[in-house]
Design a protein around this ligand. Sequence first.
Ligand SMILES: NC(=O)c1ccc[n+]([C@@H]2O[C@H](COP(=O)([O-])OP(=O)(O)OC[C@H]3O[C@@H](n4cnc5c(N)ncnc54)[C@H](O)[C@@H]3O)[C@@H](O)[C@H]2O)c1
Length: 382
Amino acid sequence: MCFCIGYLGLKSADKNFSDSQSQSKRKKEETEFYNQIFHKKRYTILPVNSEDLKEFYHQKRILVTGGLGFIGSNLAIELVRLGARVTILDGLIPGLGGNEFNIEPIKHRVNLVIGDLSHLSHLGNLQKILSSQDIIFNLAGTHSHVDSMKNPLKDMQLTCEPQIVFLEACRKYNPKVKIIMAGTRNQYGKPHYLPVDEHHPLEPLDINGAHWLAVENYHLLYYRVYGLATCSLRLTNTYGPRHQMRHPYQGILNWFVRLSLDGKPIPLFGTGLQHRDMNYVDDVCNAFLLAARSDSTTGEMYNVGGESISLADFAGEVVKIIGKGKVVTAPFPKEQKRIEPGDYKANWHKIHKDLGWQPYTSIKNGLRKTIRFYERYKDHYW
Ligand SMILES: NC(=O)c1ccc[n+]([C@@H]2O[C@H](COP(=O)([O-])OP(=O)(O)OC[C@H]3O[C@@H](n4cnc5c(N)ncnc54)[C@H](O)[C@@H]3O)[C@@H](O)[C@H]2O)c1
């Protein structure tokens, strides 16, 4: 497996000799970095010391927005395990991944508030909820690319509006709180080069990506102007237990698992050879835990990358483990072709250097855990 796909054609026309020299130096450094992480030490060390995290999170008051959803609920479960005092705020927005069963193992140990960020002022105890928190993990949102193109205004109401209401409330009731938000690789659009680092141009291809770019900017603006301690983690394709399984519009990786468990074909658009960074949800949660612990992340944004693999290989692995279904190719639907970014590979050097984060779950292991979860709890997700 190769983690350095190499640099695709750069946009700027004036690629002079020194540019290409520094690019090839950068490329060499990247290759060494990924080789070191993935080939020599691959999956043999844990990126974080769990005892350190326990010490930090013990008795911390944490709010997880979107905490009934996929990533938010996995994070809330880990926070409870670390001894934190967790409040979940979720609007159970129709069509998204909110599911009360997601927090079954911790339901008696968290404070659950059902409410929409857009209507925060309607929550009677809003001031109390917000002002008492040490950290907020802001995971409320939607990331349906196709839906956002069909209904851009609705996406704005789901993505931008609630986040401004939320930031205004934080500024008012808890200006010292640390906030880690979930950004997305979609903020970059079609890569000019791979792996994509944080300096890459931000040219989203779909409305939802543009809205998350705006939301990240709101967060960083509230830091610059009001001093709110915000940070954004730009996530890639994430899979694992507790993702909704009713439709493919909020992420396709788990959808592949559903199709295979149902013995149905998994359709891949085009050749299916597009590479993506796949990330197991526990690795993503670790990135959030580490980012909130460090003061140096304030006002920053980080790529959270994963394991680079083609959609076809990922789907093939799903079918191999489950032993049902098959992978087929299909022509791209027109509306999807327009917003297809092609290969994506994140450069996550920055988060590794600053926080020691790295993904440590192989796709095989991550998929096994995911499949086991849905075989057992299918009734709550189908
Ligand atoms: N899953 C991925 O692959 C991925 C990739 C990139 C970015 N992200 C981002 O990570 C975050 C979490 O994603 P997820 O996969 O867990 O999604 P999810 O749909 O499983 O969970 C999102 C949760 O947020 C809640 N929510 C949404 N808008 C809300 C609002 N206005 N007020 C209160 N609650 C609201 C929903 O009810 C849902 O429970 C999202 O912001 C998403 O854009 C996810």
